[in-house]
Design a binder for this molecule. Sequence first.
Ligand code: HEC
Length: 113
Amino acid sequence: MLVSAMLLGGCKDEPRSIVPGGEVEQGLRLVTQYQCGACHTIPGVQGAAGSDGPALDTIGRLSYIAGGIPNRPDNMVRWLRVPHAVKPGTEMPPMGLTEQEARHMAAFLYTLR
Ligand code: HEC
């Protein structure tokens, strides 16, 4: 996947996947700490092999979050904080994240492509 991104030529930092204020390393740490892997399979996160939610291995290049929400940084941050506000009735629980924590997590998630 890295190879194809490089072949496509220098668009590695597509605007739609840049999260202002989000740091990938912090995101990885937080995703591990909050145990998102209890429900999701997440590459690079130790023990993250859950299957209640979708695998997040290509979340960085999906067009939609949760089947219908345009996959943009602002939507992703909101989804992570208050999933039910974005998609009423969703089974993804709110995890009590701060805005900043969600930004870090989103930055990490967008590396998964
Ligand atoms: C109790 C289980 C559970 C936990 C814990 C959980 N999720 Fe989810 N997650 C889900 C479910 C179920 C869905 C599918 C929701 C839907 O489509 O309505 C989902 C959807 C998602 C999606 C969208 C995936 C897609 O393919 O559209 C992302 C991104 C996501 N979760 C990230 C996280 C992160 C990051 C955490 C940790 C902060 C987390 N989740 C914690 C159950 C969980």
